[in-house]
Design a protein around this ligand. Structure first.
Ligand code: ZN
Length: 308
């Protein structure tokens, strides 16, 4: 082998090693909730590592800020949050203590998904404590509308492509596939719930305005007297009276609330409590964004059928 040729081979090897290492370095993505992680996975595929802080079976307003998350936040390239103060009770100390400049509010790797989505229940005028303890900036449970799921996925594509320009086409391709699959699934969900359009329901917390608006259901009242405030006997009685007056049979409850009050209301009106999942991971078998809607839509249909 001539020296000249050997140099060429060595250069080629170096170049391929460099390319290999660029591709091996996956983006480290942290999200606050499992829903955001599931959507990140849809477009990020095997070019990202992703993990969430809150689990889908936990109340996302109240999560224990375990120190074990610090290590993951220290190494994160991106942190995606729901925003609208959903995580205000637990995320800020973790962010600060991570000492990772990229993921601080306003940092290059900080992604507040509420800025890309349709937000409901934005308070008009002055916000006071009398309105409740949570949701002061609008309803943060907006991921429960597939249209917002699509917007979140799109925001991930933009951010991932900024951080890893070499894989921009890959992210775009995965988004196109996700978008198509979501459109098909959404048609199916809408068709299943179409016969029940206009049905009135009670929900425990205000987790469902986006979901109910998308699928044509009407939320009439809540088990909580105000967002984040536990049930009171006076308000419970009002809910029972409303349900009797309007012939409402269903109370939708998130999996992390005490079932005693909802059960007693259901018993008083001859109705049912439906434990609906607000998040991916709410049950072990619900591992992605599609399965979340499949689960909720099928459960609702089975209960609506009961009360024709
Ligand atoms: Zn809430």
């Amino acid at each position: 082998m001539t020296t000249h040729k050997a140099i060429h081979i060595a250069a080629a090897l170096l170049a391929s090693a460099a390319i290999g290492s660029i591709h091996a370095a996956k983006l480290n993505v942290m999200t606050t909730t499992e829903d955001l992680a599931a959507l990140a996975r849809e477009v990020g595929g095997d070019k990202i590592n992703v993990d969430s802080i809150a689990k889908g079976y936990q109340d996302p307003h109240f999560v224990e800020p375990k120190p074990s998350f610090l290590l993951k936040l220290q190494k994160a390239d991106l942190l995606a949050v729901v925003g609208l103060q959903l995580e205000i009770g637990w995320l800020p100390p973790l962010q600060t203590q991570s000492r990772n400049g990229k993921i601080q509010v306003g940092g290059k790797g900080y992604l507040d998904m509420s800025q890309y989505c349709q937000i409901l229940e934005i308070p008009q005028g002055q916000v006071t404590r009398a309105m409740g303890d949570v949701h002061p900036l609008g309803n943060p449970h907006y991921w429960l509308d597939p249209e917002n799921g699509r917007r979140i996925a799109k925001a991930f594509v933009t951010k991932f492509s900024e951080a890893d320009a070499g894989d921009a086409a890959y992210f775009q391709q995965r988004y196109a596939e996700f978008d198509k699959r979501l459109a098909g699934s959404q048609k199916g969900w809408e068709a299943k719930l179409a016969p029940y359009k206009g049905r009135k329901v009670i929900t425990y917390h205000r987790s469902w305005p986006n979901f109910c608006e998308r699928f044509g259901l009407q939320v009439v009242d809540y088990v909580e007297p105000r967002p984040g405030i536990p049930p009171s006997p006076t308000h419970t009685l009002e809910v029972i009276n409303t349900m009797k007056r309007d012939g409402i049979r269903l109370i939708l409850v998130e999996p992390y609330f005490d079932l005693r009050t909802p059960n007693s209301i259901a018993q008083a009106v001859g109705g049912d409590v439906a434990v609906l999942l607000p998040s991916v991971g709410g049950k072990k078998e619900v591992t992605d964004y599609f399965q979340l809607f499949d689960y909720d839509v099928n459960l609702l249909v089975s209960l609506f059928q009961k009360y024709k």
